[in-house]
Every structure is written in C-alpha cells, then in structure tokens.
Design a protein around this ligand. Structure first.
Ligand SMILES: NC(=O)c1ccc[n+]([C@@H]2O[C@H](COP(=O)([O-])OP(=O)(O)OC[C@H]3O[C@@H](n4cnc5c(N)ncnc54)[C@H](OP(=O)(O)O)[C@@H]3O)[C@@H](O)[C@H]2O)c1
Length: 245
C-alpha cells in the first residue's frame, strides 16, 4: 500500500522532535492541553516519556490505534499494560539539538506498526532515511537504541563532552558499559542485539558528533538497569554523577 505524501499528521508536543516533524510535511501541531482533532489519520506523540500518561488522557479511546510513538527508553511494559503493544512506534536515529532546528540524520531510523509506512514517507520528506520493520526486529533495535541513550547519556554527563569527542577519548568505557548493560537487558528477558553492537553505537555517534547527551528520563533508561543489577562501571559512574549533583 502506498501512502500519499500529503497525509496529515496530528503532532502532539511542540518540542524539538514535534517541531521537526511538523516542518517535514502537512501536519497539525497540538500544544500542551490542546485536544486531538476528530479528523482521521496518524497522531504522532512527541512528548517526553514522563508526559505520556497525560497525553493518553487527551486521546479518545477509539483513536488510540492511530497513535505513533517516538520515545526512547524501555517502554515495552508501559505499552503492554495500556493495550498499546500494536501501536506505531519509531526509533528515531536523528538529533534535533534545539527547538526549531532541522533534524540531523544519523541513519538507521526504523518504524513498525499500522502507520509505519506513512511515517517513513514523512521522515523521508524531511531528509531522514527510515525503513519499516516488523515488530520482532523493532524490539531488538529498541534495546540497541536504549543502550546508546544510556551509555552516551551517562558519559556525556560525567565528562561534559559531545558524542564525537566521547568516541575518540572514551572508547574503553563505551565498550565496558555496553557489555554490562547488554547482559542486564538479556537477564531481564529483552532480545540481545547481534553482531558488533559497540561498533554500531560508535558509528551512529560519529554521524552526529556535536550531539551533547545527558542523563535523562532515568526510570526509563539508566535507572531501569540499576534497579535490576548494579554492574561495576555503570554503578560507579552513576554514583559519581549523583554525588556531583
Ligand atoms: N531531541 C531529539 O533529538 C530526539 C531524538 C529522538 C527521539 N527523541 C525522543 O522524542 C521525545 C520528545 O523529545 P524532544 O527532544 O522533542 O522533547 P522536548 O523538546 O522536551 O519536547 C517535548 C514537548 O512535549 C510537550 N508536551 C508535554 N506534555 C504534553 C501534552 N500533554 N500535550 C501536548 N504537548 C505536551 C512539551 O510541552 P511544554 O513545552 O509545555 O513542556 C514539549 O513541547 C523524547 O521521548 C525523546 O527521547 C528525541
């Protein structure tokens, strides 16, 4: 099925990702507190993880199947508990450094679910290469993106450096952290990404070198790992950043 490029997206959230998506093609932006419109079509949720509960309250039950989520982090259980496991989801491998800035494509964006094709088309209009994948592949890729957020977010917080500098100066720690978190994820029953995971995380960072990460959305990211098992380097660096705050 081909999806017309003029499909109108409703976009919830006037932040970095929401504004970038609106700039890519026909869209209706919904700012905080504005209700979802009755018009049929995809609804992209571009709020942060901690605001997802509020967003859901704005969405009529019969429109939940149109929601498209773009959040990073460990969201599988949250989706399942709310009956949203079949919703459209995207792993956005791009960086939007500030509100109104264009998306800087890092390559490798994947989308799954009923509106996947429409979202891939829209991202393409905005210069972001993306592909539709099935749910199983998406889950494995979601673990890899989670690792990238946790590893580079933590190292950015500790060393106050953009990802392009971290891959040159902190390669050993990137490798150790990735291995530690991969093991914890596998112990928790998440799919284990195959092949050279560290190489792919480093390659993505190399494509968005000026991106400055940080520790964010802890319960959905590093905090989720810590709650399962405190591993040597991850535990030590997390303790160091907490002490410094
Ligand atoms: N930035 C990136 O490069 C990037 C890349 C890939 C994925 N992501 C993911 O995309 C998500 C959004 O990131 P972001 O960087 O765009 O965040 P952001 O700049 O903080 O923007 C979030 C926006 O959501 C709005 N919002 C919150 N609750 C709302 C509600 N109930 N109704 C309508 N709007 C609401 C916020 O409104 P207020 O302004 O009123 O607070 C804010 O404008 C995150 O989960 C992030 O992990 C980000």
């Amino acid at each position: 099925m081909s999806v017309p490029a003029e499909t109108v997206f409703q976009v919830i959230g006037a932040g970095r990702v929401g504004l970038a998506l609106v700039s890519m093609g026909p869209a209706h932006l919904l700012r905080r507190g504005e209700p979802v419109l009755a018009q049929a079509g995809p609804i992209a949720v571009c709020a942060r993880n901690d605001d997802l509960e509020d967003v859901l309250r704005l969405v009529p039950a019969d429109r939940r199947g149109d929601l498209c989520f773009v959040q990073n982090g460990l969201l599988g259980p949250w989706f399942t508990e709310r009956g949203l496991q079949d919703a459209t989801r995207a792993l956005l491998y791009f960086a939007v450094p500030s509100r109104g800035a264009a998306a800087e494509d890092g390559g490798g964006t994947v989308v799954t679910g009923p509106w996947a094709e429409a979202l891939v088309t829209r991202l393409g209009q905005g210069g972001v290469a993306a592909q539709v994948v099935d749910a199983a592949r998406f889950e494995a890729e979601a673990v890899e993106k989670l690792l990238w957020s946790c590893v580079f977010g933590l190292l950015a917080e500790v060393y106050k450096a953009p990802v392009g500098q971290l891959i040159v100066e902190r390669r050993g720690e990137i490798s150790t952290l990735t291995d530690e978190l991969l093991d914890v994820a596998a112990e928790a029953g998440l799919p284990r990404p195959q092949g050279d995971v560290v190489g792919r995380l480093v390659a993505y960072s190399a494509r968005i070198p000026s991106y400055q990460g940080g520790l964010k959305e802890l319960p959905w990211r590093n905090g989720w790992f810590l709650a399962r098992r405190v591993t040597p380097l991850h535990g030590a660096l997390m303790a160091q950043t907490t002490a410094a705050r």
